[in-house]
Design a protein around this ligand. Structure first.
Ligand code: EPZ
Length: 427
C-alpha cells in the first residue's frame, strides 16, 4: 500500500503487522490504569467543583467515558494524561445506548448519578465477546439502598429520595459492582457494608480518591468495605495508579521473546500471582522500587493457571499467559473461572500453529516448538494482546486485524514495543 492511501483507511480498518523473532530489550514505562481511571472519572459526578486527575491513560475507553460525561453537560478537559472535570452544571443524568454499548464500564455513572441527583437513566450495557456480563448485582445493591429501579426499553431507570445505608452481600465478586455501590454509599444516609467485595487494586485506588473527596471508607482491599455516608463531598486532586495489566502484558512480551526488559513506573506488588507464574515458567524476575526486570529463558516450562478474583491470577492476563504457554515444553492447563466465554483468542492462536484443546472452562495447551506468523483477527481487548505476544515470538509475519479492540486498553503499544526492538507497525 503506497504511503498516501493508508491515510484514507478508517481507524477500524487498520491492522498491526509484526515480523517475529526479535528478542526485546531495553526499558518501558507503564501508563495509568484504565480500570482505575474509569471509576475515578465517574466519581467526579459525585460533587460540584473542579476535579483534577493525573496519570490518566490516553485510551479509547477513557475518551468514550468523557463523551458520556460531556453528553450530560459536564465539562471535561483531557490533555497530556490529565483530566480536569467539572460536573457543577450537569443537566441530564443520562447515559445513552449508542455510547454505553461501546463500553460496558459506562455503567459506573449509575451509582454516582443516583447518589447525587436521586435519578439516573443509564442504558443497560450489552454483552460483549467475553460473556453476557449482567449488572444485576449493581441494581440489587441500589435497590437495597432504597432506589426504585425499572428496566425499560433497554434502559435502567433509577430513582431515589436519598439513598440509605444498607448491608449488601455480593454472591459473585464484582469489580465494577463494588465500585458503583461504594460511590453510591459515599453520599447515602447512614452506613453501608459491602460483603464479598472485590479486592482489586483499582477498587483501592477509587477508595483513596473518594477518601480524598471527604468520603468515609474503611476496608477497601479486603472483602468487607464499610462506607459511612456524608452530606457533601469536595473535588479530588488525584493521581491514578499504574496499569497492572499493561505491566503484565510487557512481562510476558519479555518472557516470550527470551528478552531482557526493565519495566518502570509500575506497581509490582499488584502482580504477585502473575509474576509467580512467569517465574515458574523459567523467566528470571527481579523487583525494584516501581520496577520489574525480566530476563527470559531459552526453555519455557509449562504452568497451570486458574483465574480468580484478586489477589488470585487475573482473568485479564489469561489470554496473554496462554500465548506464552503455547511455546512451553510440556502441557499447561488454563482454567478460566470468571467469564464464560473468554477463549475467543484460542481459534486465532491455533491459526499460528498452537495446539490447544478447550474442555469446558479449561484450555489444555500443549507446547509446540514454534509458532508461525499468520493473518489473525482480534476479538476483544486482551485477546488482541495475546495475538501480539504470539506474533512477537512467531516465525515470519503476523497481521492482526480489528485492532480497535486493542486501542481501548493499551496506549501506543506498538510504539512501546518498537522501542524495545520489536518489528511492529500499524498499517
Ligand atoms: C472488571 O469488569 C474489569 N473492567 C474487567 O476488565 C475485568 O475482566 C473484570 O472486572 C474481572 O476482573 C473494569 O474494571 C472496567 P465483574 P466487570 O463485575 O466489573 C459476573 C479489561 O480487559 N457479574 O468483576 O464488568 C460477571 O458476568 C476488562 O480491562 C454478574 O453476574 O467484571 C462475571 O462473570 C475486561 N452480575 C463476574 O461477575 C453483576 O452484576 C465478574 O464480573 C456483575 C458481574
Amino acid at each position: 500500500m503506497d504511503s498516501g492511501s493508508w491515510l484514507l483507511t478508517p481507524e477500524f480498518m487498520k491492522s498491526i503487522v509484526i515480523n517475529g523473532g526479535r528478542q526485546l530489550s531495553g526499558e518501558v514505562s507503564i501508563s495509568g490504569a484504565k480500570n482505575a481511571a474509569l471509576p475515578i472519572i465517574a466519581a467526579s459526578l459525585l460533587c460540584e467543583g473542579e476535579h483534577r486527575i493525573a496519570n490518566v491513560p490516553s485510551l479509547v475507553d477513557v475518551k468514550t467515558l468523557t463523551k458520556i460525561l460531556r453528553n450530560m453537560g459536564v465539562t471535561v478537559e483531557l490533555a497530556d494524561h490529565s483530566a480536569v472535570i467539572d460536573s457543577t452544571k450537569l443537566a441530564n443524568p443520562e447515559a445513552p445506548y449508542d455510547l454505553v454499548r461501546t463500553m460496558r464500564a459506562s455503567v459506573l455513572v449509575l451509582g454516582p448519578l443516583v447518589a447525587r441527583f436521586g435519578k439516573a437513566r443509564v442504558s443497560l450495557p450489552g454483552g460483549c465477546a467475553i460473556g453476557a456480563r449482567p449488572v444485576n448485582l449493581h441494581i440489587m445493591g441500589l435497590e437495597k439502598m432504597g432506589a426504585t429501579i425499572a428496566i425499560e426499553h433497554g434502559y435502567i431507570e433509577a430513582n431515589a429520595e436519598r439513598l440509605k445505608g444498607a448491608r449488601i452481600y455480593f454472591d459473585i465478586v464484582t469489580v465494577t459492582g463494588t465500585e458503583n455501590l461504594m460511590m453510591a454509599a459515599a453520599l447515602a444516609d447512614g452506613v453501608t457494608i459491602l460483603e464479598n467485595a472485590a479486592r482489586e487494586p483499582e477498587v483501592i485506588d477509587l477508595a483513596h480518591a473518594l477518601i480524598q473527596m471527604g468520603a468515609k471508607i474503611e476496608g477497601a482491599g479486603t472483602d468487607v468495605i464499610r462506607i459511612t455516608g456524608v452530606e457533601k463531598l469536595r473535588p479530588m486532586n488525584y493521581r491514578v495508579l499504574p496499569d497492572r495489566i499493561e505491566t503484565g502484558t510487557f512481562v510476558i512480551a519479555a518472557a516470550i521473546t527470551n528478552g531482557s526488559v526493565i519495566i518502570r513506573d509500575c506497581a509490582p506488588q499488584h502482580l504477585d500471582a502473575l509474576l509467580a507464574k512467569v517465574a515458574e515458567s523459567g523467566a528470571e524476575i527481579t523487583l525494584g522500587e516501581g520496577t520489574i526486570r525480566i530476563v527470559g529463558s531459552e526453555t519455557i516450562k509449562p504452568v497451570n493457571v486458574k483465574t480468580l478474583p484478586h489477589p488470585g491470577f487475573p482473568t485479564d492476563m489469561q489470554a496473554q499467559i496462554m500465548s506464552l504457554m503455547c511455546l512451553a515444553q510440556g502441557t499447561s492447563v488454563i482454567n478460566e473461572t470468571i467469564f464464560e466465554n473468554r477463549f475467543t483468542h484460542v481459534a486465532e492462536l491455533r491459526r499460528m500453529g498452537a495446539d490447544i484443546v478447550i474442555e469446558g472452562g479449561s484450555a489444555i495447551v500443549k507446547g509446540v516448538p514454534k509458532l508461525l506468523g499468520a493473518p489473525v483477527m482480534a476479538t476483544d481487548l486482551r485477546a488482541s494482546a495475546s495475538l501480539i505476544l504470539a506474533g512477537l515470538a512467531a516465525e515470519g509475519q503476523t497481521v492482526i486485524s480489528r485492532i480497535y479492540h486493542l486501542d481501548r486498553g493499551y496506549e501506543n503499544i506498538e510504539g512501546k514495543l518498537s522501542a524495545l526492538g520489536a518489528d511492529i507497525k500499524r498499517v
